[in-house]
Write a protein that binds this ligand. Structure first.
Ligand SMILES: [Zn+2]
Length: 443
């Protein structure tokens, strides 16, 4: 049994911000949260490893519900171009050439930068599978090396207009998903989770979407799908099926209660009502939606209807940041300006979207500093001016936080960032790998 006690001057707990707090974890799971003196007297605290986070605030690790790790390599390469030009000049030009080692480089880069920004769980929506699992495995192993918690959302993709490296047949996708899921089954620590992800209405046939949702049902996992990101996707759905995106998906043999829709910028009121009624969830990526000029998801309405929403950064070349704290701020600002209402959504609501409700979206016991949850914590420097005055901690973490204030990160009771540095992989190694791989890449 390995016990850990983390003690900080302040904390954001499920009920709000509090003063001096200790968290006791055993084998990576939080067992008690209380005042330091009370935790010191706890039987499991005897002999525990002690982390002294004085002059720091302790907050839940943030959860990135949607990312494509390889896209960090393309950051800046296709920015500000029309979508089809970006796709052909950046995405389709470089991504099909990447091998397993390159995927590991991309993952070390994307996930390493995320850890430094306080992301403790990342969902990597993974479509460069090249008809196998070597690439996904390299990505997962890179996450394990860094110590970040990963959900590998393994893509189901069969649109023949995309590079061959993206495509599989339905039987291939099912067999590969099942093999990967069996290999990484971890229902104790949940450090690696495999979930199916039919790409989208344009990237996956109806049979492929049903196969992905079917694998999810068999595996007892949710499934992810990009939906209604851009307006043309609604028009294409209407043209091909006579129905808007979510209604078309609902007409297939799939369980919407297990679905995590990604984006949903163009869901109309009928689709939002249907999503709420069926218990579907949403991965919301406001930074990416703004960067690409996609549109504005009606987050306020979805939350009011009771839809579970988690924040995502999306890929490193469509944001171009990898911080969920940044998405909390972006989500709030975008909704406020969209509704021309400064009270459209609160800092506390957006903080929840990047922590506990995001954990619920991914079906993982993460995102809350409470007994029964995994011990994923971020330490924030209370001497950093971006958090002053500290009595407004919750507001300041969402609206004012500088990433400079993120000093320490713990995942599953293990330190993965200390003193603003990665513990398990040297940043110099990541930098030289990225430099070598992308040398000569141009816009
Ligand atoms: Zn995406």
């Amino acid at each position: 049994m390995s016990s850990l006690v983390v003690t900080a001057d302040r904390a954001i707990l499920p009920g709000g911000a509090v003063g001096s707090t200790s968290v006791l974890a055993v084998d990576g799971a939080i067992v008690a949260v209380d005042a330091p003196a009370a935790i010191a007297a706890h039987p499991h605290a005897a002999g525990a490893r002690q982390l002294d986070w004085s002059r720091r605030a302790l907050v839940p690790g943030t959860i990135n519900t949607h990312n494509h790790s390889f896209q960090s390599l393309l950051r800046g390469i296709g920015d500000d171009l029309p979508f089809l030009e970006w796709r052909d000049k950046a995405l389709y030009r470089y991504s099909p050439k990447l091998g397993a080692e390159d995927m590991a480089t991309a993952a070390l880069f994307a996930f390493g930068e995320m850890l430094l920004h306080g992301v403790t769980t990342v969902c990597d929506f993974y479509y460069l599978n090249a008809q196998g699992n070597d690439h996904a495995t390299a990505t997962i192993e890179a996450a394990r090396r860094l110590g970040i918690r990963i959900v590998l959302a393994r893509c189901f993709y069969d649109w023949d207009g995309a590079p061959a490296a993206y495509r599989e047949t339905v039987p291939q996708a099912i067999a590969n998903f099942e093999a990967l899921h069996a290999r990484y089954r971890d229902k104790t620590r949940h450090l690696v989770t495999i979930q199916p992800a039919p790409h989208s209405q344009h990237g996956a046939s109806a049979a492929m979407i049903e196969a992905g949702a079917g694998c999810a049902a068999d595996a007892g996992e949710p499934w992810h799908i990009h939906l209604a990101e851009e307006q043309w996707q609604v028009e294409q759905s209407l043209e091909r099926t006579g129905q808007r995106p979510l209604h078309a998906i609902a007409g297939l043999g799939v369980d919407l209660a297990q679905m995590i829709a990604v984006h949903g910028c163009w869901f109309d009121a009928g689709e939002r009502a249907l999503l709420a009624e069926r218990g579907g969830a949403l991965a919301y990526c406001p930074g990416s939606n703004m960067f690409l000029g996609d549109g504005v998801t009606d987050l306020v309405d979805l939350v009011a209807r009771g839809v579970k929403v988690g924040l995502g950064t999306d890929g490193g070349c469509s944001n171009n940041r990898v911080s969920v704290f940044d998405e909390m701020r972006t989500a709030a600002l975008l909704q406020k300006v969209h509704r021309t209402d400064g009270q459209a959504i609160s800092a506390e609501a957006c903080f929840a979207l990047g922590t506990n409700t995001a954990g619920e979206v991914l079906r993982l016991p993460v995102g809350k500093i409470a007994p029964g949850y995994r011990c994923d914590l971020v330490g924030l420097d209370l001497d950093d001016p971006s958090l002053w005055p500290v009595q407004a901690l919750e507001k300041n973490v969402v609206y004012a936080l500088s990433s400079r204030a993120i000093t320490d990160v713990v995942v599953d009771g293990q330190e993965v960032v200390t003193g603003r540095r990665l513990c398990n992989v040297h940043l110099d190694e990541i930098q030289s790998r990225v430099r070598q791989l992308t040398d000569g890449w141009s816009r």
